[in-house]
Design a protein around this ligand. Structure first.
Ligand code: 0PR
Length: 367
């Protein structure tokens, strides 16, 4: 058997996206695939060699800066939201210079913050949420002290797609002179393309950094996460010297770093344009409504009325549903609090996929 045939046998065991209702990743846009191929051997870890790719990344940063209302964006494309969050908090820690640093995050934050506490030796304090699962700003304030270096807000929580009150968090960050990191890994490429978007970004003066991942709703190829700071000074706080490279310093977490994410993210944003992105988001939101209607007809209620294309439905039998559906080759997920089954209505989750899923869910319910 030739090695490609061998690879194929393994790849065929993977579940196709048309059966995956729990992923924040999706089938990359065709233009992203083409861009990825063109940049497949690029390494932004040695920028003096790949100077065209470096230029393209700078252009992409400007474009993302435009989306996030930032005139002086400074950042880069990284391995994903986890690395972006690490770098956001690392920069905050380094610019604030406090002896026993702590950060205050919402209870609903992504598990990447667990890793951050461990790697950065920053104490993680968790604030509770209100009845709509938005962080309670009063609790954030109560948890802050003289060693707090940053507070965190989420624009599109992993489990419910909720948006924290970033406007209030920003005022608090300004008042207390700490950094505000916004985790918009998912929502960063959804909210700006919605009607009447919530101001979650650098429009708020207190926002220091934003995580925004093209490999989620940006339909770029994996890996393509994004960390954007409000200005260069935060990148400088991450710098190390690189004695034998074409550059003198490096502020990224990884050394060798693919240019494919830069090219694929740029290709999608540029070829679809903001209008094209609005269409993609509109379709995902429409399909989310269809899913909610179908689920309501089966007796399921969403935990919150969906804000974006993430929706969870309360049920005490979440684990059973997840397992039985997985046996039927459907992938859904469950959340921590309350007991619920969770869906992410990505571009690959079409109306037809939803209809197929609902008909199989009916079979599970009849058992
Ligand atoms: N911040 C938020 C708000 C996230 O939702 C995620 C990932 C991250 C940060 C971390 O991003 P990376 O995974 O890119 O480092 N949220 C999804 C999750 O953990 C990621 C995911 C993607 C999960 C595809 C499953 C999957 O099939 O649920």
């Amino acid at each position: 058997m030739d090695v490609i045939d061998e690879l194929r046998t393994y790849r065929e065991k993977d579940i196709p996206y048309s059966r995956v209702l729990s992923s924040m990743c999706t089938i990359p846009h065709p233009v992203a695939v083409e861009a990825h191929r063109m940049f497949i051997e690029t390494n932004l870890g040695d920028p003096g060699i790949f100077r065209g790719t470096v230029e393209l990344e700078a252009k992409l940063m400007k474009l993302i800066g435009e989306i996030l209302h930032c005139k002086t964006p400074a950042g880069y494309i990284c391995s994903g939201g986890t690395e972006a969050n690490i770098q956001g908090i690392r920069a905050a820690r380094n610019v604030q210079r406090k002896d026993n640093p702590n950060i205050v995050i919402p209870k609903t934050a992504h598990f990447s913050f667990e890793k951050i506490g461990d790697i950065l030796r920053v104490e993680i304090r968790r604030a509770g949420v209100d009845e709509e699962y938005k962080v309670d700003v009063g609790q954030v304030e109560d948890l802050m002290d003289e060693n707090t270096v940053a507070i965190v807000g989420i624009a599109g929580t992993t489990e419910l797609g909720q948006i924290d009150p970033i406007v209030e968090l920003s005022k608090l960050a300004e008042e207390r002179q700490v950094e505000l990191h916004v985790d918009a890994a998912f929502g960063g490429l959804v909210i700006p393309f919605m009607d009447d978007p919530y101001p979650f970004d650098f429009q708020n003066k207190g926002v220091s950094s934003v995580t925004i991942d093209p490999h989620k709703m940006g339909m770029a190829t994996i890996p393509a996460g994004g960390i954007i700071f409000k200005d260069e000074s935060y990148l400088r706080a991450l710098e190390v010297e690189t004695p034998y490279l074409t550059s003198k310093t490096q502020c990224t977490l990884t050394g060798t770093r693919p240019g494919t994410g830069v090219a694929s993210a740029y290709a999608v944003l540029k070829s679809l344009g903001f209008d094209g992105m609005r269409e993609v988001v509109k379709t995902c939101l429409k399909n989310t409504r269809i899913l909610v209607e179908e689920m309501r007809a089966l007796g399921f209620e969403p935990v919150i009325e969906p804000v974006m294309n993430v929706v969870s439905f309360r049920t005490d039998e979440a684990e059973r549903f997840k397992e039985e559906l997985y046996r039927m080759n459907w992938v859904i997920s469950t959340i921590r609090e309350p007991k619920a089954i969770r869906f992410v209505v990505m571009p690959h989750v079409t109306e037809e996929v939803i209809k197929n899923f609902i008909s199989d869910l009916r079979r599970v319910l009849r058992r």
